[in-house]
Design a protein around this ligand. Structure first.
Ligand code: SF4
Length: 371
């Protein structure tokens, strides 16, 4: 697995992450390299989507270089069925739902957690799973359910929280887990004949845990390059240039362009924590459907902390928001602003789909930065 090395690395000063002159130079080099070629890159991480919007990079890229947003917003890829299950549990007498703020307004088939709260259910916003644990400790008369979404970055902390609950023998705490793994989603997109991606801007945060090895299949099976990327302007532009050069030269590789944050091996200790608590299972993603070995389920040993096993709720067949194209947005098939509802029927104030709700959603980023 190679890292950034050789002449390309020597030409980039990674300590000057916001240097306007260096950014301008990189943009010029990208423009020169792309020429009149057509190249599609996908940024996989929602934070990259926000950074690309904030820095206005889409507007300064050459005409043939498209930056497509991918399935990197955990709230956005959460399937309606999982949201509907959380809502059904929220309706049980004596249950308190604790979840991150973005999850509140995501529409399920017929309601949302915010609507349930307005209707009198006990739904609370928390900033970490430990906040939910504290609620359970403070209110032993209530069943507290933490609705957990996220990728590899946040799962170790969630696993640690569950182990904490187990150590304290906390009987009124459980988790409804819709946590997911990134590589199977990349595989689905790389394998999608309707989405022509030439290279991936790989997620910096996720890679701090996974390292580089889980992305290797992109090169070996699909001949696609990937660059693990940080979040500053120079980080992103340098990765784009690396990807463009690998595409043009026909030398795909997985490179680590975020070495100040990511080790090639990731964080084995954090991965061990995740593996102790969770097992890998098939999961349904919004937009990508059922993906083999792409989700996490609490292991049998800790089954009493699994809200899905603890609360036997009936969930009706799901309905997607009418007219919403989030599924196509998450696959990179369409740009958010080509959804017919974008900016009219669907705005951050009145979102129709999850990609407009979440702070990391592609539609919200396009709307906010008008890219
Ligand atoms: S603009 Fe709204 S309705 Fe359209 S895809 Fe995005 S979230 Fe869905």
């Amino acid at each position: 697995m190679s890292a950034v090395s050789g002449p390309q690395a020597a030409a980039i000063d990674f300590s000057a992450f916001r240097d306007p002159g260096l950014a301008r130079d990189l943009i010029a080099r990208i423009r020169g390299a792309v020429g009149n070629r057509s190249i599609n890159l996908m940024e996989v991480c929602g934070t990259h989507t926000m950074s690309i919007g904030r820095f206005g990079f889409r507007s300064v890229m050459p005409a043939g270089l498209r930056l497509l947003s991918g399935p990197g917003c955990p709230v956005c890829v959460t399937a309606n069925r999982d949201i509907d299950r959380a809502i059904a549990i929220a309706r049980i007498e004596g249950v308190t739902i604790a979840t991150f703020g973005d999850m509140m307004r995501v529409p399920g088939s017929t309601s949302s957690l915010a609507a349930e709260k307005a209707a009198g259910r006990d739904v609370r916003i928390v900033y970490s799973p430990l906040d939910a644990l504290r609620i359970a400790e403070d209110e032993p008369g209530r069943q507290v359910v933490f609705v957990s979404v996220g990728f590899e970055t946040t799962t170790p902390a969630i696993a640690a929280c569950l182990l904490d609950a187990a150590e304290r023998n906390l009987a009124n705490f459980s988790m409804l887990c819709a946590n997911k793994l990134t590589p199977p989603a990349l595989r689905a997109i790389a394998d999608d004949p309707q989405t022509r991606i030439d290279g991936f801007i790989l997620p910096g945060h996720v890679s701090t845990i996974t390292g580089l090895a889980p992305y290797r299949f992109l090169v070996d099976e699909f001949g696609l390059p990937g660059a693990v990327t940080g979040f500053e302007p120079v980080d992103i532009l340098a990765s784009i240039e690396l990807l463009v050069r690998m595409i043009i030269d026909g030398t795909p590789d997985i490179v680590n362009a975020y070495r100040r944050g990511v080790n090639a091996d990731g964080n084995p200790t954090a991965r061990a924590l995740t593996e102790q608590v969770f097992e890998t299972v098939g999961a349904t993603w919004r937009g990508l459907g059922e993906l083999c070995a792409s989700g996490l389920r609490i292991r049998e040993e800790y089954a009493c902390y699994d809200a899905q096993r603890r609360f036997d709720v009936h969930v009706e067949p799901t309905q997607e928001p009418r007219g919403c194209r989030c599924g196509d947005v998450l696959r990179g098939r369409i740009a958010p602003d080509t959804c017919p509802l974008f900016g009219h029927a669907c705005t951050p104030e009145h979102p129709v789909g999850p990609c407009m709700v979440s702070s990391e959603g592609s539609c919200a980023a396009y709307h906010r930065y008008r890219v």
